[in-house]
Design a protein around this ligand. Structure first.
Ligand SMILES: C[S@@+](CC[C@H](N)C(=O)[O-])C[C@H]1O[C@@H](n2cnc3c(N)ncnc32)[C@H](O)[C@@H]1O
Length: 276
């Protein structure tokens, strides 16, 4: 089945408008293969029919199925270790110091674009290691993703060993239970700290209270967005962060290039961004 430039652009613009994700021309074959499968599943005959269906006949279900096919969900535990080190050893102690002065006992984290859950569970493990007595804290980790399929995997919390390739041996025994030779389940104590929710970052303004989060992680998500959507997402994150709160993006994504709302600070080995 062929896809011409007009059809590619129409589908690309629909996806972009609803999710922020932007496909460059060079991704035409990636998109084409996935759309062909959706055309087949819906018993339609060609691209134009599929575009009309998406535009006028869809109650949202088909768009969700398309999104579940086209998002890149690559992730693993303790991804971007140096950044997590900066979070654990420098940013978190600063926030804890502020909380101590204010006699606050809550920590709120948002993992936006959490995929199959490795990122929010990694944060849960780090908090468990770094807080003196986690049960004395009210820890809330919200983990959201636009892809429903990955959230089902995240909620189960069962992972192949390749997802754990960066997890140190002692942490594997402390935080996971082997399911079989190849699979591990995250323990209940870490699981309990994470609430998974389906949602589009760009539509999360109403879902999430303002000035609420101490930390937002949105790593390896904005690289798939166009510039306008990136800026929009960072404006939302800025609103949702508390003063002094930190935002973490992926290593190839620079907050500074997108907005000057955040203050860039150099920690020992890492640049971090903060709402000051
Ligand atoms: C490459 S994964 C990154 C996972 C994790 N943050 C990490 O760094 O390992 C990107 C995730 O962002 C999600 N995503 C893409 N656009 C989104 C949007 N508009 N709202 C919420 N999630 C989105 C995708 O479904 C995918 O699971």
């Amino acid at each position: 089945m062929d896809i011409n430039t007009r059809q590619f652009q129409q589908i690309r613009d629909l996806i972009n408008k609803k999710s922020g994700i932007f496909f460059e021309e060079k991704k035409v074959y990636f998109l084409k293969r996935r759309i062909e499968e959706r055309i087949k599943q819906n018993g339609l005959s060609d691209m134009d029919e599929y575009i009309s269906f998406l535009k006028y006949g869809d109650d949202g279900n088909e768009f969700q199925k398309l999104i579940d096919e086209i998002t890149i969900n690559e992730t693993y535990f303790f991804r971007e270790f140096e950044q997590l080190k900066a979070f654990a050893e420098e940013c978190l102690p600063e926030i804890l110091e502020i909380k101590k002065k204010r006699k606050e006992k809550s920590i709120n984290v948002w993992s936006a674009g959490c995929s199959t859950g490795e990122e929010p569970y990694t944060i849960a493990i780090i908090l468990n290691e770094m807080l003196e007595n986690i049960v004395l804290w009210d820890v809330f980790i919200l983990a959201t993703d636009i892809n429903k399929r990955v959230l089902e995997i995240a909620k189960k919390g069962v992972y192949e060993s390749r997802s754990l390739k960066q997890v140190a041996g002692p942490y594997i025994s402390k935080y996971f239970t082997p399911v079989d030779e190849e699979k591990y389940k995250i323990n209940d104590a870490s699981k309990m700290l994470v609430s998974f929710k389906h949602g589009d970052i760009l539509e999360s303004d109403a879902m999430v209270p303002d000035n609420f989060y101490d930390f937002i992680f949105c790593r390896n998500v904005l690289i798939y967005f166009d510039e306008v959507s990136r800026k929009q997402a960072l404006e939302i994150f800025h609103k949702k962060l508390k003063y002094n709160g930190f935002i973490f993006l992926g290593h190839s994504e620079s907050v500074g290039r997108i907005t000057d709302s955040f203050t860039c600070r150099k920690m020992k080995n890492y640049y971090v961004y903060q709402k000051l």
